[in-house]
Each structure stands twice: as C-alpha cells, then as structure tokens.
Design a protein around this ligand. Structure first.
Ligand SMILES: Nc1ncnc2c1ncn2[C@@H]1O[C@H](COP(=O)(O)OP(=O)(O)OP(=O)(O)O)[C@@H](O)[C@H]1O
Length: 304
C-alpha cells in the first residue's frame, strides 16, 4: 500500500510565494525523513497532508484517502506533532493528552487510559500529573509526541521533533521516534532541516528544496558502496599507515580512519596481514559508503 502519494502538488501563498512546486512523490509505509532547508516547504506539505490547507493544484492522498475531500477521515488515522509549542502551562500532561484524546473521538475512560499509555511510551508516566508549564523543553516535546499518539494512529507526522533540544535530548527523541516506527508498527514522517539526524533513523528519505523534489528514495539506495576501504585500529594508526605505505598502498587519512583504494580482494589481505604483523587491535575494516549528504552536495554542484 502506498502511504503517501502526491501528483504535481503545488501550493502558492497569496499568488506570490511558491511553497511547493509540481511535487510528485510516492512512499511506502516505514520511517520517512522529509528534509530540506528552512523555507523548503516541509510544513506546507504536512499541512496539506492533514487537510489543514488546500493545495493550489495537483493531487494528494494519505493512507489512500484524499485529505482535500475527507480531512476528518485522514485526521482520524494520522497523529500530528506541530513544530511550535502552544501547550497550556496550567494543565498536567495527563489532563492535556486526555482532553486531546476526547477531541479525537475517544470515550472518556478510553481517553484517560490511552493518555496514560501514550505518556508511558514517551517516558513521562511518572511526571504526568505535574503542570506542563514546569516541564523542560525535552519534556514538552514528548508531551506533543504523546498527544499525537493518543488515538492510536497509523501514521505520525512529526514537524521538527528535535527542535530546541540539546544533543542528548536530540538523541533521546530520535531513539524514541525510531522505536515508535519499528516496535509499534506506526509509520512516521519526520520532518527536519538536519539531514544527518533523519538519515540515522529513516528507511526512506524525501529531500525538497525551494518546494521542488530533489530526491525520494530508500536510504540504502542513496548510500551505495564506494571503491574505498576504511580501516580503523584502536591504537597504532601511524604505524599502520607507514606499514601500508611501505606495501605500496596509497593511504589517505580521514581523522582516525585510514582510507585505501580497493583494487581487488588482495587489498583486504594486505591490510589484514599488516594489522596482524603489527599486532594492532582492528576496530573496523569495511568498504566505505557514500553519505547521503555527499550525494546532495554532488547534485547541487551539478545543477549549479
Ligand atoms: N501562510 C503563509 N503565507 C505566506 N507565505 C508562507 C506561509 N506559510 C509559509 N510561507 C512561505 O512558504 C515557504 C515554505 O514555507 P514552509 O513553512 O512550508 O517551509 P519549511 O520547510 O517548513 O520551513 P521551516 O522549517 O522554516 O518551517 C516559505 O518561503 C515561507 O515563507
């Protein structure tokens, strides 16, 4: 089943600003990263997928439903975590998430139970009766995630979920999003201007720039293997570099990594032999893969 499909989707604001331009994309269920710089059109796309705003032209479908025709049916099956924070400070997380569960159509008792469960999933079970106004930024982000989960959706749309978090908070949020996508069987579209972040947790990536599609593909297809071997030893990097150079292997350095062009299978043997001879602790020996960012950089240079 196609999770999200758009066909020539275009959105202009006031006839002047083009936020999305002729965007055609189709993605399967899973964890999908939607990346693009600030102003690329990510939030506009999310709002169209939710049926909050109408496209200027083109078609869109979410879980097989057209949000321009039946936005309520889409919102019954989709959870949304907005980018900005508008949480009432005097309510507890339990009250707020229960209330939003009621607004999604859950009966009173079910809403209370589901709210507790959602708050437990995001790690706020203990603090759920404290007023949200006293929460840290990371906790507020998790309340927003819990309210998106409360009605047991099939798809989550998360707009910049790591916004305002410190590095440890970002890692924790990304791990949580990954767990939701893998263990709970809920598809997730996670929106970010940080490619490196979403690359870590997504199966599929949609990259947009200036409202246009740059690329949509499985991460694995974007990170094809290169013909360079990366070698890392826990200690003795200098010694190994010298030994490999003596074996006439052209060695380059990238931090702690030694990079050696892969001529044939013999290259592996030469490296393993040198490591064994010097009795060094081998940490890593593998074929280097392209990083997604490199592909976009190449493409930008090509287009320039
Ligand atoms: N209501 C609006 N009226 C006019 N222009 C708008 C409106 N909403 C968004 N835009 C413009 O549309 C373009 C795309 O904005 P959008 O918010 O979708 O991008 P984004 O990728 O989500 O960026 P950000 O991460 O900064 O939110 C931007 O140029 C923005 O200024």
């Amino acid at each position: 089943m196609t999770l999200i499909a758009t066909q020539s989707l275009t959105k202009t604001y006031g006839g002047r600003v083009t936020a999305l331009a002729d965007l055609t994309v189709a993605v399967e269920p899973g964890i999908i990263g939607l990346v693009g710089a600030n102003g690329a059109g990510k939030s506009t796309l999310i709002k169209i997928l939710l049926g909050l705003i109408a496209p200027t032209s083109g078609q869109v479908s979410v879980l097989g439903i057209d949000p321009t025709v039946d936005p309520a049916a889409v919102r019954a099956r989709v959870g949304y975590m907005p980018e900005h924070d508008c949480l009432p400070p005097d309510l507890s997380a339990a009250e707020l998430v229960t209330h939003l569960g009621r607004m999604s159509g859950l009966p009173r008792t079910a809403a209370r139970e589901r709210a507790s469960e959602a708050l437990r999933h995001v790690g706020l079970y203990e603090e759920r009766y404290r007023p949200v106004g006293g929460y840290s930024t990371g906790m507020k982000q998790r309340v927003k995630l819990a309210q998106a989960l409360v009605h047991d959706p099939d798809l989550l749309l998360l707009d910049e979920p790591t916004n305002g978090l410190d590095p440890a908070g970002r890692d924790a949020m990304l791990a949580l999003v990954h767990r939701i996508g893998t263990e709970f069987g809920i598809s997730v579209l996670v929106c970010s201007h940080l490619l490196g972040e979403v690359e870590r947790i997504c199966d599929t990536l949609i990259a947009i720039d200036g409202g246009k599609l740059l690329r949509a593909d499985h991460i694995s297809a974007m990170t094809t293997a290169t013909d360079v071997l990366a070698v890392e030893v826990s200690e003795g990097t200098e010694e190994l570099a010298a030994r490999l150079a003596a074996l006439k292997l052209p060695v380059a350095r990238d931090g702690r990594l030694l990079l050696v062009p892969l001529a044939d299978d013999g290259t592996y043997d030469l490296i393993l032999g040198a490591v064994a001879e010097l009795d060094l602790p081998l940490h890593r020996l593998d074929q280097r893969r392209h990083r997604v960012a490199e592909l976009f950089a190449t493409r930008e240079r090509t287009n320039a």
